[in-house]
Design a protein around this ligand. Structure first.
Ligand SMILES: NC(=O)c1ccc[n+]([C@@H]2O[C@H](COP(=O)([O-])OP(=O)(O)OC[C@H]3O[C@@H](n4cnc5c(N)ncnc54)[C@H](O)[C@@H]3O)[C@@H](O)[C@H]2O)c1
Length: 284
């Protein structure tokens, strides 16, 4: 397995950022998490601590959780990142202006050899690179939820990304025990684009009365060995999240990603999936 980067920064310690911080700290890195409010910083550390506790209960740690947690610190701004940071992973909400702002601030704070990565699931890595002074050191590292347990990082390469940056990102994926897929920057990359295509078609099938959600999901689960059917997965991801990505890909790639009427109606009714208790299934 490759060696972990000595010093990692994660901007945004939410669902994804905390998982990324936990993963690198477990691999031996010193991790700085950027959260701009004190309460959010405490919540981020709490997420990392809970994730480590779960990992310890499952016997997945090779050293005490407390010692790993001691390698994680928070700061209030990317300006305060250690200059010797090897890898910066940005994981703030999916807002291009916000991402551009924090990435530029991080770039100014760290040495010019650092690699900067965005965990965006749908924004253009090429457009994010345009706001940086060293676009060659930037790429997408698209982690999956829940990060500590997921097996994959999608490495998204923009036209200006240097080959050395890709090599570092690959090594720093493998050091977590994860596998990579390398894709050219394009709307939805490989994972979101294919996953969404299947999800939208499944929703259209419900809309047309072809079959019940359970039957559609079983067709993929039992017939094609998917771990979970596309409608159940949509419930877990959130119908609102899937609608936002569909709108983005519809604009970028055309009619085949047009959001189905049923998806819009369910989102308007607040049936967002597991988080609201109802989507294509009921979640008591
Ligand atoms: N949730 C998923 O399944 C998933 C999967 C892959 C990629 N992503 C991507 O990861 C990114 C983060 O998603 P998430 O689900 O973790 O969101 P989240 O809302 O759980 O976390 C975002 C965090 O960023 C913090 N934040 C906001 N503004 C900030 C600022 N100016 N400086 C520092 N921190 C700030 C928030 O306090 C919050 O803790 C998004 O780009 C999303 O598209 C999400």
């Amino acid at each position: 397995m490759s060696t972990a980067p000595a010093v990692v920064a994660v901007i945004g310690g939410g669902r994804m950022g905390a998982g990324i911080a936990q993963s690198y700290a477990t691999a031996g890195s010193a991790v700085t998490v950027v959260e701009n409010a004190a309460a959010a910083a405490a919540a981020a550390l709490d997420r990392v601590a809970k994730g480590l506790k779960r990992a310890a209960e499952r016997d997945r740690l090779t050293e005490p959780a407390d010692r790993i947690l001691a390698r994680v610190h928070t700061v209030a701004s990317p300006d305060a990142l250690p200059a010797e940071t090897d890898l910066v992973v940005e994981a703030v909400p999916e807002d291009p202006a916000l991402k551009a702002r924090v990435l530029a601030a991080a770039e100014a704070a760290v040495h010019e050899t650092a690699v900067l990565a965005s965990n965006t699931s749908s924004l253009s890595v090429t457009e994010l690179a345009a706001g940086l002074s060293r676009p060659g050191r930037f790429l997408g590292m698209h982690f999956f939820n829940p990060v500590p347990a997921s097996e994959l990082v999608e490495i998204v390469v923009a036209p200006d990304t240097d080959p050395a940056t890709v090599r570092s990102a690959l090594a720093w994926t493998h050091c977590l025990g994860k596998k990579d897929v390398v894709v050219k920057d394009s709307p939805g990359f490989a994972s979101s684009r294919l996953g969404l295509a299947l999800g939208l078609e499944a929703i259209r099938m419900v809309e047309e009365g072809v079959a019940a959600p359970e039957a559609i999901d079983d067709a993929m689960r039992l017939g094609y060995k998917h771990p979970m059917g596309p409608l159940r997965l949509t419930d877990l991801v959130g119908l609102d999240v899937r609608l936002a990505i569909a709108e983005h890909l519809h604009a970028a790639l055309g009619e085949r990603f047009a959001p189905p009427r049923l998806l819009r109606e369910k989102v308007a009714r607040g049936e967002l999936g597991r988080k609201t208790g109802r989507g294509f299934y009921r979640w008591p």
